[in-house]
Design a binder for this molecule. Structure first.
Ligand SMILES: Cc1cc2nc3c(=O)[nH]c(=O)nc-3n(C[C@H](O)[C@H](O)[C@H](O)COP(=O)(O)OP(=O)(O)OC[C@H]3O[C@@H](n4cnc5c(N)ncnc54)[C@H](O)[C@@H]3O)c2cc1C
Length: 334
């Protein structure tokens, strides 16, 4: 089986990549293969469905309007939620899935995981876990990322559970002590869930101040729900102990008394995925020197401010990245 394009991973990023293919080279859809272990919407659906988005409904609708193939769907759903309000993340996953469903039907689907990608004479040989093997001329690899953790020998609350207020209470209750690392968007949401479950929380931050706010002009600063939570910690409505990471004695003392640790300190490529890929260039989205490209949380674009790279991880920024790199511009539709 030889395809023109293989989409490996089918979360938000590659659903947007499929909208891009359907918009710029629709003739390639029957020669496109999509490989993903669930094919149902990636982490937004499977890991954090009941987390409230940090983007507004309007930002989501604007993003999918940018592809001609999904623009009509965007206009149909635009009034479904208040424009300036966030929604639950499963809503975004469901609508992305529905927006690209007609194009999925034209492609070949494998509910499987890629375990090996080998390039030979400008053709990628792609091997999957269930022994399926296919070939493709171009690969768009958007496999997502996994939460980073520190290796302290303390039981952890997995991030997906910590972000779900219904699950937190199955880990902790009154009397439990938790050390939470990180005070960005996810950190704030987790902090509230832990306090609501009755836990005594120590929060370790590594930034100049405990919370950095978007309203103060900080790129990627907390906003919306997360900003409300940060405010309520700072004015004492929500009780938590704040410890700067440099105060190692205080960090160690909190850890020694803790029943659980929870980490909201960013994301990284899974080690198995790392083995599959070469060096990534965010400007071209190219991975290695060949026709393999990457998007999404695993391979994002960035905005440089005062020499610091801020990685752009959201549906609107994935859309911009895909459109800007325009990787199909030189592909014929034969
Ligand atoms: C807690 C949290 C909240 C967020 N909130 C928002 C928000 O409100 N708004 C917003 O715009 N963005 C948000 N984001 C950012 C971003 O939109 C999501 O992270 C999104 O899920 C990233 O999409 P992705 O396609 O890169 O990765 P994923 O959604 O993780 O999808 C990757 C897919 O690839 C599959 N895969 C992995 N390895 C393989 C393999 N070897 N073979 C085949 N398939 C493979 C995975 O199973 C998965 O289905 C949030 C991120 C996080 C972590």
């Amino acid at each position: 089986m030889r395809f023109k394009i293989a989409l490996i991973g089918f979360g938000a990023a590659n659903m947007l990549a499929l909208a891009y293919i359907a918009s710029s080279k629709p003739d390639l859809l029957p020669q496109t293969v999509i490989i993903d272990p669930t094919l149902n919407g990636g982490a937004l659906q499977n890991q954090w469905p009941f987390v409230r988005s940090n983007t507004t409904w309007q930002q989501f609708v604007n993003a999918i309007s940018k592809f001609s193939a999904t623009a009509q769907y965007a206009s149909i759903i635009s009034g479904e939620y208040p424009a300036e309000e966030p929604t639950h993340l499963h809503v975004l996953a469901r609508h992305l899935r529905k927006a690209v469903e007609p194009f999925m039907r034209q492609a070949t689907l494998y509910k499987d995981s890629v375990i090996k990608v080998q390039e030979d004479n400008a053709i990628f040989n792609i091997t999957m876990k269930n022994a399926n093997v296919i070939q493709a001329e171009k690969v768009i690899f958007s496999p997502g990322s996994i939460p980073k953790v520190f290796n302290y020998p303390i039981p952890i609350i997995p991030l997906a559970a910590a972000l779900d207020h219904r699950q937190v209470g199955s880990y902790v209750g009154p009397g439990d002590r938790v050390v939470l690392f990180g005070t960005a968007h996810s950190g704030c949401l987790v902090l509230k869930n832990l306090v609501d479950a009755g836990a005594d929380v120590s929060v370790v931050y590594a930034t100049e101040k405990p919370f950095l706010f978007a309203r103060d002009g900080v790129y990627d600063g907390v906003k919306q729900d997360a900003a409300d939570i940060a405010d309520s910690v700072l004015d004492g409505r929500l009780s938590a102990r704040l410890i700067h990471y440099s105060k190692q004695e205080e960090v160690v003392s909190a850890l020694l008394r803790a029943t659980f640790a929870c980490y909201t300190i960013g994301f990284e490529l899974d080690s198995k995925v790392k083995e599959l890929v070469g060096e990534y260039d965010p400007k071209t989205a190219r991975i290695g020197s060949s026709e393999m490209y990457g998007f999404g949380i695993a391979f994002p674009s960035y905005t440089e401010i005062d020499g610091k790279k801020n990685w752009d991880v959201s549906i609107p920024s994935f859309t911009e990245h895909i459109l800007k790199t325009n990787i199909l511009s030189k592909v014929s539709s034969e």
